[in-house]
Ligand binder design. Structure first.
Ligand SMILES: Nc1nc2c(ncn2[C@@H]2O[C@H](COP(=O)(O)OP(=O)(O)O)[C@@H](O)[C@H]2O)c(=O)[nH]1
Ligand SMILES: Nc1ncnc2c1ncn2[C@@H]1O[C@H](COP(=O)(O)OP(=O)(O)O)[C@@H](O)[C@H]1O
Length: 189
């Protein structure tokens, strides 16, 4: 059965970075549509599908959000296309999206919670030069939605406070994309 692994976790836990790295290693990613302008370094179809408001309005979406007058959403077509084409794919999604994904795909969805503590989140947001009041709001909102506690209901948990490489390898192992090197047959003890 083809599987989609939903990467969930609080803000600044590392979801975007981990998904980008897994994508570089060849894991197919479900891509959202957005009406916000494309930034120079971004690639249509990889970072987002960049579309007009009219085009966005015609999509069948499993969930969407409005931010700063821009729309973002994951289309049903994108989900079905990726899950039907690939044995394993990944998606960076929030909890509402995860519930919708489960309604659409049932047992084909597994969730991986990216675990970090609140202090690490705050430190990372400070490093990204976020304003203190924005940091406080983001952390409070995430805590209010239970985003620090979702590890309790996720299928898998990966702690992302050490080296990112280690988290990437753990996720590959969870998804069945990494195997331990077999011990050499000629090895003596
Ligand atoms: N619910 C939902 N949120 C999304 C989707 N796509 C992106 N987002 C969120 O929208 C926010 C803004 O994304 P983006 O414009 O790429 O961020 P920026 O590069 O930091 O300006 C981020 O928090 C994303 O996680 C989506 O399909 N659904
Ligand atoms: N294992 C890690 N160690 C240190 N910094 C990390 C690690 N993983 C991610 N980061 C950093 O944390 C910040 C937030 O990561 P990001 O991928 O944007 O999180 P999210 O998508 O969950 O909001 C980024 O600056 C990123 O480089």
């Amino acid at each position: 059965m083809n599987k989609v692994y939903a990467i969930i976790g609080p803000p600044a836990s590392g979801k975007t970075s981990l998904v980008k790295e897994l994508s570089k290693q060849g894991v197919p990613v479900m891509v959202s549509h957005t009406t916000r302008p494309k930034k120079q370094h971004e690639v249509h179809g990889a970072d987002y599908y960049f579309v007009s408001k009219e085009e966005f309005g015609q999509l069948q979406l499993i969930e969407k959000v409005t931010r700063d007058n821009n729309f973002y959403g994951l289309s049903k077509d994108e989900v079905l296309r990726k899950v039907n084409q690939h044995p394993v794919s990944i998606v960076d999604i929030d909890l509402v999206g995860l519930e919708q994904l489960k309604k659409l795909l049932g047992g084909r969805v597994e969730s991986i919670f990216v675990l970090v503590d609140k202090n690490t989140v705050i430190q990372r947001l400070v490093t990204q030069n976020a304003k203190l009041e924005d940091i406080q709001r983001q952390v409070e909102q995430a805590a209010g939605k239970g985003e620090f506690d979702n590890w309790q209901t996720a299928d898998y948990v990966v702690k992302n406070t050490g080296a990112m490489d280690a988290s990437v390898r753990q996720m590959q192992a969870i998804m069945g994309l990494l195997w331990a090197e077999p011990a050499s047959a000629t090895e003596t003890v």
